[in-house]
Design a protein around this ligand. Structure first.
Ligand SMILES: Cc1cc2nc3c(=O)[nH]c(=O)nc-3n(C[C@H](O)[C@H](O)[C@H](O)COP(=O)(O)O)c2cc1C
Length: 310
């Protein structure tokens, strides 16, 4: 029970979270020290940057475009590769008190399985499968749009780990429920929706695309209504545990996801816009709302929008 008699804790695939706010993958999740910093600022759980089998250097600059309602990024999944990253995961586990989710990506079911096996003995609390990065070819989206491949990937990872598996989905598919269902049927414990949406910006004076990779992923408030729709559809059809991600800046945004059916909410771009204080701000706003509206447990609000059709 938190301040003022309001209980913000949730249970996500067996993990106990003191509040439903999770650091999204790719923002500050590169070192144990940064993850600890985010915990201190109030996150209920933290996710690492996505790690791949081999080291990736990432794309040359520019890799980010700042827009009025969000960001387009094409970092290219830079990371040291799993052999090196396992030490960082162990370090993080030794200093964190909140659950640690490790995000992984690969091109084939075997590659996902290889990385998951390396993560297995680090003490990580959950594995998130990045099936949805929109700007790295043959990784992410390219594998996450095919339900049969998603099924195989989750199945191969499930063979080697017994911690919760979260499948991170893309909104850029004709039917997100079909992909979510394949993941759950193969043994995923929960779903994460959504990753960034493939996008582009052009410099009108240089008369060429701004990003070195031409295309990147749009995040921030611009994608929130799409993400809320995805969470609503997934919850309605699958009733699986869901982490809602996409453009959460305020308590009201977080609550929209929870009412749509999210058990927890990921926060990424808001950190770049508002700073790390955003975790506390959202927590305070949720607490205020619950007192005013007469709710004592935040879990009572999960999926409520489904019970109140227009
Ligand atoms: C700079 C940046 C890097 C990101 N890197 C990753 C990543 O490595 N793996 C991943 O699954 N998602 C990554 N994402 C996507 C976020 O985790 C999140 O799904 C998306 O940005 C939508 O949430 P937001 O609007 O709160 O940022 C990244 C997003 C940004 C802005």
């Amino acid at each position: 029970m938190g301040d003022k008699g309001v209980d913000l804790s949730v249970e996500l695939c067996g993990l106990k979270l003191k509040n439903p706010l999770i650091l999204a993958s790719g923002i500050l999740g590169t070192t144990a020290g940064l993850l600890k910093r985010v915990e201190r600022e109030g996150a209920g759980a933290v996710t690492t940057k996505t790690v791949t089998k081999e080291r990736r250097g990432g794309y040359p600059n520019p890799v980010i475009v700042v827009l009025e309602h969000g960001l387009i990024n094409a970092m290219g999944l830079p990371n040291p590769g799993i052999e090196h990253f396992v030490d960082e995961i162990r370090r993080a586990k030794s200093i964190l008190t909140v659950p640690l989710i490790v995000s992984i990506a690969g091109s084939t079911p075997d590659e996902f399985q290889y990385i998951a096996e390396a993560v297995r003995n680090t003490g990580a609390d959950a594995i998130e499968l990045n099936l949805s990065c929109p700007h790295v070819s043959k990784v992410g989206m390219d594998v996450g749009s095919d339900p049969d491949l998603v099924y195989e990937i989750v199945k191969e990872v499930r063979r080697v780990v017994d911690i919760p598996i979260l499948a991170k989905l893309s909104a850029m598919v004709p039917n997100i429920v079909e992909i979510g269902r394949a993941a759950i049927e193969a043994g995923a414990s929960g779903l994460v929706a959504i990753n960034t949406i493939r996008a582009m910006a052009i410099d009108v004076y240089a008369r060429r695309p701004i990003l070195s990779n031409l295309f990147g992923g749009l995040s921030g408030p611009a994608i929130r209504p799409i993400a809320v729709r995805c969470v609503y559809e997934l919850y309605e059809e699958l009733k699986a545990p869901i982490i809602g991600v996409g453009g959460v800046l305020s308590w009201r945004d977080a609550l929209e996801f929870i009412l749509a059916g999210a058990t927890a909410v990921g926060i990424g771009t808001a950190i770049a816009i508002r700073g790390l204080k955003v975790f506390k701000e959202i927590e305070e706003g949720l607490t205020r709302y619950m007192i005013e509206e007469g709710f004592s447990k935040i879990r009572e609000l999960i999926g409520l929008a489904h019970e109140n059709p227009v």
